[in-house]
Write a new protein. Sequence first.
Length: 329
Amino acid sequence: MSFFAVLLALLLEQLKPLPRDNWVHEALMGWVRWTGRNFDAGKPRHTWVVWCVAVVAPALAVAAIYLVAAHYSLLLGMAFDVALLYLTLGFRQFSHYFTDIRDALDRTDEGEARRLLAEWRHLDASELPRTEVLRHVIEHALLAAHRHVFGVFFWFVLFSAAGLGPMGAVFYRMAEFCTRYWGYRQMAIDAPANDALLALSRRLFGLIDHLPARMTAFGFAFVGNFEDAIGSWRRDAGLWLHPNEGIILAAAAGAVGVQLGGAAAPGVTPDRSKTFSAGIEAGAADAQGYTAGAPPQQGHLQSVVGLVWRSVMLWMLLVALLTLANVLG
């Protein structure tokens, strides 16, 4: 049933994606704000209470609803699976930025591309040269694909196999969303976050994302240039501040033969305050910290899209085989 739930959710999301500023996003922000306002009293033990209420409680509620629905009807349980996956899994939750930036670069409108990148990542991109714009777009698109698709996919299949329906998908997305939300609040003016809460959230999400990140990296290697991807994984993952991000980006860089890293290396959770680094122009004599490969070009954007979709097909095939083996067994 997991295979058909994921397939239907992906098809539904392609046919009718959620709008950019949708009610689900607003509801999540309201929920996370409410948990912090009502359960965070500033002491270390309270950070665990806030995280559990914000992340674990919705996942448990979803599991309980699914068990009740599936008890009365398998089709009702299936429909609940698809509905929750539609809200938590899919490319259209971030791909509009990628598409708009690619279109702007096709028109050689680099100013618009920088504006869209700054809006996407909430950082100043006004000084980025074209090569660095491409590098950042590729990095953030790869990590967004992992966190909106592959990570959700992994945890959904894991919990679904245990009979808990979409609990895993909600658990992963809430953990990722809370880490991102509290991080951006800390970066915003007049909106400080509890440093201990942010540190706990990042540490726990790093553990939650540990295995999915490596599965995503292996998928990129399998459907891309395997030898170069594994070599880059082993050699260059340490270029990024956050290990899970480094593994994904290094493997993807080797899989498609593109140069990532450099001054852009911190990735999707930058520890910069309010600006991107301008980076180093491609070909500069003092360029350091890049993966092997060609400097980012327009064609690499399409290569990345192909890599991600081939990896989706690989994961879907594996789940289909597991489903078939379970039926036949």
